[in-house]
Design a protein around this ligand. Structure first.
Ligand code: NDP
Ligand code: HSE
Length: 438
């Protein structure tokens, strides 16, 4: 049988890694797929740029449309990124009856519903394993491996750049901007690194995970997103004193009222495995009703870890090229006509525990005022520590851990605390998750 011809759009970090893996492991990949797989076409902006892969034998172009229009190309691998040109190219590839593999989480989270509908109508596959958690086969695990379960919740460190920054800052005391530059040089960061540090990239990925876990349409706009830029050295230290680590977590939970969909810095008990996932590594913890908790761990970014997921998708597509489109694994795990209309909860309705830090005047009665406000809002305190002012300073830091409360109650309590004359500046609030199996 002739080899399957692949057109790769983008020859950067992931595109270059994908060509390398497909070329280096060609023989073994053919034994798995049942057919050879060759990259015959590729597109990039600047054909004179040095590449991490060999482009020998590949027809190169600066116009990616040429690749999606080429009748020889059976599978289009979209690795350009963004959601404008990439959307046009993917839709056109589908119209042309080509299967698509992409690592583009922004594209899937924002336009996946229309892309999958078009692919379904045309009987082609759009595969996106690499879009979430780099090399970890988390889409396949949830969509297929856990298909017998009702997923109750999932929580993940799903941005490699952010986790790399937090780890380097904590372990080596390095400066935020300095570590971010290194993450960019290593090819981990998004074209706009704000996506990484402000949680947008993680929200794209969480949107995808929630859809395949709970059988709901992709709803990126409903995700709550808070980044890591405001995390201070002292919060990291106080959290550790209390037995917690701060991680940038994506959390999605099915509740009676709807689905939680939120990305924010989170205190996690340090004894949890996921609290010890460091550097560019990602991990996703999934709680199923039958299996209990399962944890998936691996590199969340980088050329070959991501290529591992892209190539696995290409192999999957080749394996089912001749199968009946009606009997394939659905794009979003559930049959398209069986998606649920469970709403996404507003953040103000989400219930979590909190870490609070505030600067207080070192005077009698200050703590009583704060605890009264919390008590009036039904917020009970689990732990409290006070750091006495150093030297001539008159301000003490008070750190509190609370039990679970609805976010709206906490918003109101914080507003009242900040209005006290004895409190200086803003109250720092970091949400907490126990992540136990109960
Ligand atoms: P890069 O910036 O390294 O690569 C993008 C590639 O697209 C470059 O080769 C660039 O060409 C090419 N390109 C951009 N615009 C055009 C255009 N108009 N016409 C033709 N080619 C174009 O990005 P990454 O490889 O890092 O990311 C690609 C995708 O993979 C993104 O969706 C990203 O979110 C996703 N992803 C990235 C991961 C990572 O670790 N980097 C991990 C998981 C997913 P040129 O090189 O000539 O500039
Ligand atoms: N910028 C992303 C990250 C790439 O750092 O996780 C992988 O999706």
């Amino acid at each position: 049988m002739d080899p399957v011809k692949v057109g790769v759009l983008g020859l950067g970090t992931v595109g270059g890694g994908t060509v390398n893996v497909l070329q280096r492991n060609a023989e073994e990949i053919a034994r798995r797929a049942g057919r050879g797989i060759v990259v015959t076409h590729a597109a990039a902006r600047d054909l004179n740029k040095p590449r991490i892969c060999s482009t020998d034998g590949i027809t190169l172009t600066t116009d990616p449309k040429e690749v999606v229009e080429d009748p020889d190309v059976a599978i289009v691998v979209e690795l350009i990124g963004g959601d404008t040109l990439a959307l046009d190219l993917v839709m056109r590839a589908i119209e042309n009856g080509k299967h698509v593999v992409t690592a583009n989480k922004a594209l899937i989270a924002k336009h996946g519903n229309e892309i999958f509908a078009a692919a379904q109508a045309k009987g082609v596959i759009v595969a996106f394993e690499a879009a979430v958690a780099g090399g970890i086969p988390i889409i396949k695990a949830i969509r297929e491996g856990l298909a017998g379960n009702q997923i109750e919740w999932l929580a993940g460190i799903i941005n490699g750049t952010g986790n790399f920054i937090l780890t380097e800052m904590r372990d080596k005391g390095r400066d935020f901007d300095d570590v971010l530059k290194e993450a960019q040089a290593l090819g981990y960061a998004e074209a706009d690194p704000e996506f990484d540090v402000e949680g947008i990239d993680a929200a794209h990925k969480l949107t995808i995970l929630a859809s395949i876990a709970f059988g709901i349409p992709l709803q990126f706009d409903a995700a709550f997103t808070e980044g890591i830029t405001k995390i201070t050295r002292e919060d990291v230290t106080y959290a550790e004193e209390l037995g917690y680590r701060i991680k940038h977590l994506g959390v999605s939970r099915r509740t009676d009222k709807g689905v939680e969909l939120r990305v924010h810095p989170t205190l996690i008990p340090e004894r949890r495995l996921i609290a010890n996932v460091d550097g560019v590594m990602n991990a996703v913890l999934v709680q199923g009703d039958a299996v209990g908790p399962t944890l998936y761990y691996g590199a969340g970014a980088g050329d070959e870890p991501t290529a591992s997921a892209v190539v696995a998708d290409v192999v999957d597509v080749v394996r089912v090229l001749t199968s009946d489109p009606e009997n394939r694994v659905p794009h979003l795990a559930f049959q398209p006509d069986s998606l649920s209309d469970l709403p996404i909860l507003k953040m103000e309705d989400v219930e979590t525990a909190y870490y609070l830090r505030m600067q207080v005047k070192d005077e009698p009665g200050v703590l009583a005022d704060v605890t009264r406000i919390l008590g009036d809002k039904g917020i009970s305190i689990e732990a409290i520590i006070q750091k006495e002012p150093e030297g001539d300073a008159t301000q003490a830091s008070v750190i509190m851990l609370t039990h679970k409360v609805v976010e709206k109650q906490m918003d109101e309590a914080i507003k009242q605390i900040e209005s006290l004359k004895t409190i200086t500046g803003e109250v720092t609030r970091i949400r907490m998750e126990n992540l136990d199996a109960s």
